[in-house]
Design a protein around this ligand. Sequence first.
Ligand code: ZN
Length: 242
Amino acid sequence: MRVAILGDIHANLPALEAVLADARDYGCTEFHCLGDVVGYNANPSECLEIVRNLPGACVLGNHDEAASHGNPLEGFSSAAALSLEWTRGVLSAEQKAWLGALRPQRQIRKTTLVHATLDSPCSWGYVRTFREAELSLACQRTPLCFIGHTHVPKVFAHGVGEMLLFEEAEGVDLSKSPKLLINAGSVGQPRDGDWRAAYMIHDEGSDGLWMRRVKYDVESASRAVLDAGLPPKLAERLHKGV
Ligand code: ZN
């Protein structure tokens, strides 16, 4: 069975639709989401409805948590906070209840899903370095754990270090790997300088893993941000992948 791992969709409907089409072309039948379904971009309601109807699991992200209640938006950038205020006004009470009820961590077969870190899932810390990755890996009870939150795809191998990110065509043979902590990148707001939507495919039968980058209608996504009255820099960054 092939599973698609989708991180940080962030209300980017054109990116989500392109990724789902690509994943289905590659035979994916299960779709796991790493949280932050909403925030930043202009289609939170549409993305939420798609995600909750997909076969698979979804964990809670910090933007999902913030959008689901009315508490002060501490710790968010001004653009993120403006977008979250707008998102709170767009989502229905029932949609907010669904978001707020997402669990911070899930285990599906031999895979763990968490948005930020495994050592403290609801503190919303970042895994950017191998030292930070080892804190999560020490808590990891499955061969694979997928994370999001930084919007930068990375692979960390327990006791080894950061692995060079593999080419799409080659993939990683997981049967020979130590425990891996994998950032699947971001569907809706990549920040590694590549504007294309990022996600990963895990083939549970052959134990292979691939990163995918998918072109999508970035013009339409950025126009929707501007049309919604959201900060223009949220539209601009989509073109740059930052
Ligand atoms: Zn995010």
